[in-house]
Design a protein. Sequence first.
Length: 301
Amino acid sequence: MSAKHPIIAITGSSGAGTTTTTNAIKHIFRSLNISAAFIEGDSFHRYTRPEMEKKVRDAQQEGKHISYFGREANDFGLLETLFDSYGETGQGKLRRYLHTFDEAVPYNQLPGTFTPWQDLEQNTDLLFYEGLHGAVVDQEHNVDVAKHVDLLIGMVPIINLEWIQKLIRDTSERGHSREAVMGSIVRSMDDYINHITPQFSRTHINFQRVPTVDTSNPFSAKDIPSLDESFVVIRFRGIDDVDFPYYLRMIEGSFMSRINTLVVPGGKMGLAMELVLTPLIKDIILKKRALENLAPLDLPI
C-alpha cells in the first residue's frame, strides 16, 4: 500500500449494492474535493463476449467450467500491474468493457467489446476500483491484488439475493435467456468459492445486504428485494477507533450484533456508508498530502 498514490477498492458482485456504494463514494469525493481515477473490474476480462461464449462452449465439451469469477476469464496479473503502477507513480492505463448498446454506440462498437487502452488522467488524488476482484489473491500464479489497496470495501449479498439480481439483470438488461443465466450460475460456483468469497476475509469493511422477505427460491423471484426490505450488516476489520456509539446515535434503527459488527436498516445504507467511509477516506488523503510535503487542505468535516 502507498499513501502517496492511494487506492480504494470495492469488491463485490450482483445484488450487493455496488451502485449505492459507488454513488456514496462519489458524493464523498465531491465533498472532500478529491479527484479520482475510476476503474471498472470488467476492464480486466480476457475475452470479448463472443470469445467468452466460445470459451464456455469449448469448456463444456471438455467437461470443464469457465466463468467471469475465475482466473481464466480475467487477467489478475494485469490488474495487479495497474495497482502497482498507480501506487508507485500515480499512472497507469485503463479501458472499458461495453455491456450494452447504449454503452457501445458512442464508441462505434458492439456490446461485449473493449475500448482501446488509454492513459489514466494525470494528477489524480487516488484510484477507485469497483468490480469483482479488488482483493483477489492467486497464489498459484503469484498474484496479490489486495496488498496494493489502502481501503478495501466488500459488498456482499447473501447468495440467494445475488442470484435473484443476476437473473433479473441479465435477462432484462443484457438480453440473456433465463436458461443461459442459470447455466452461468452453475458454471461459476467453483470460481465463486475459490476466487470471490475468500476476498471478504481480506477486506477492511464488509457491507452485506440481507433481505427480510422470502428469497428461498431465487429462481422463481419476480423482483429484487428493495433496500427497505433489507438490513445491512457492516463488519469492521483492522480499523482502529471505530466510533460505534456515534453511528448508533446517527442511524435510526441501528444496533450492534457483535463487537465489530453494526447492523443498519437497508434504507439507511447510503447514509451509513457516508458516515463510515468519509473519515477513512479523509485520513487517506491527509496522509497523501503530508507525504507530498503540502500543508493539509481545509477538508470539510
